[in-house]
Design a binder for this molecule. Structure first.
Ligand code: AMP
Length: 217
């Protein structure tokens, strides 16, 4: 089972990737996480990546597709995976096709811009465990004890969030129609998910979709 999670930043792709991964024992390929690790290495390519991320821009296609291709090439052909944050451009999606990869499920997460802005500004990361918290949601609901030392992602500041959202609107959103077209193929199913619900509600919805829409892979 090969799954793509689409959607603007802050729509919950990462959270749902973790849920699907736990449920179906699938590896997650999160391009954002991979790129942030490369930035820490402080190499020439790491600096180019850092420049894109910290300016709210997409990393050049050639860099990200090479990274993703290498990761997928290392997996067994029949192994499924979850792509969280890839593809983000039509060119990236075409590269997947060129590799002969048939994506089976695409979930596109939908959320209004004002909620996205609120969510991203409340996002915090535990620098040790890398667990993601949201100070607006987690502290109000008392669902999790917030660790004392939390950091803010460099691209989670309002001016950069706006630029990331702009990139999504002008570039990544086009993938919606791309995959709706692909949906006509027998091996791919595309679903829109309203992200304005509790995490557990969305978990259940995804689980039901995967249970009721079996594809012969
Ligand atoms: P994310 O953690 O998915 O929000 O990604 C953080 C940043 O990494 C994005 O704002 C982009 O700068 C970069 N990035 C992640 N995935 C991609 C991709 N598929 N193509 C280009 N840039 C990406």
């Amino acid at each position: 089972m090969k799954i793509v999670l689409l959607g603007a930043p802050g729509t919950g792709k990462g959270t749902q990737a973790q849920f699907i991964s736990n449920q179906y024992n699938l590896p997650i390929i999160s391009t954002g996480n991979i790129l942030r690790k490369l930035v820490k290495k402080n190499t020439k390519v790491g600096n180019i990546i850092n420049n894109s991320i910290s300016n709210g821009k997409l990393v050049p296609d050639i860099i990200i597709t090479t990274i993703v291709k290498n990761i997928i090439a290392k997996l067994k052909k029949e192994t499924g995976f979850i792509l969280d944050g890839f593809p983000r451009t039509i060119q990236q999606a075409n590269e997947l096709k060129k590799m002969g990869i048939n994506i089976n499920y695409v979930f596109e997460f939908i959320l209004s811009k004002d909620i996205i802005l609120k969510r991203l500004q409340g996002r915090r990361v535990d620098p040790i465990t890398e667990t993601i918290y949201n100070i607006n949601i987690d502290s109000n609901n008392n669902t999790k004890d917030l660790p004392k030392k939390l950091t803010i992602r460099t691209d989670d500041h309002i001016n950069i969030i706006n630029k990331r959202f702009q990139e999504y609107e002008t570039t990544t959103k086009k993938l919606s129609n791309f995959f709706i077209e692909e949906n006509k193929k027998h091996y791919l199913k595309y679903f829109k998910i309203d992200s304005n619900h509790q995490i557990e509600f969305i978990n259940k919805k995804i689980k039901k979709i995967l249970k009721c829409n079996k594809i012969n892979i």
